[in-house]
Ligand binder design. Structure first.
Ligand SMILES: [Zn+2]
Length: 126
């Protein structure tokens, strides 16, 4: 009798179900805060890369400028780093994701301005 009851308890002492229950919950938890953190860091970098013009309200980019006259910033994702126009990076970090066909333009007309209040999303085909 004693040996029988010992065998019955054996599976309960080794709960195989524990690890599959853990993994998905953990992965889900870490995703959103990482995105938020990434944007927060980009916002900080942008704010550290502009001169705010008190008259126009423009945030004038003062770092790397591409040959098209727009500011440039190096961003990183999971795969590595890539170049992005600073006004597009600003829109993404401060406002939200840009649709694939979306174009960001400066309502104030200053190509170096990255003030999210001056940026507007226009469709690629107007
Ligand atoms: Zn502006």
């Amino acid at each position: 009798m004693r040996e029988e009851s010992k065998d019955l308890f054996a599976p309960i002492l080794h709960p195989d179900t524990e690890s599959p229950n853990h993994a998905p919950a953990k992965a889900h938890e870490t995703h959103a805060p990482m995105e938020t953190h990434k944007h927060a860091r980009t916002r900080q970098r942008i704010l550290a890369s502009v001169n705010k013009d008190p008259d126009s309200g423009c945030w004038v980019w003062r770092r790397q400028i591409s040959n098209t006259g727009y500011g440039r910033i190096t961003l990183s994702d999971g795969d590595g780093t890539y170049m992005e126009s600073s006004h597009r990076a600003s829109f993404t970090a401060f406002v939200g994701p840009i649709p694939e066909a979306g174009v960001i333009r400066q309502a104030c007309g200053n190509r170096l301005c990255v003030n999210p209040d001056h940026l507007e999303l226009v469709a690629d085909r107007v």
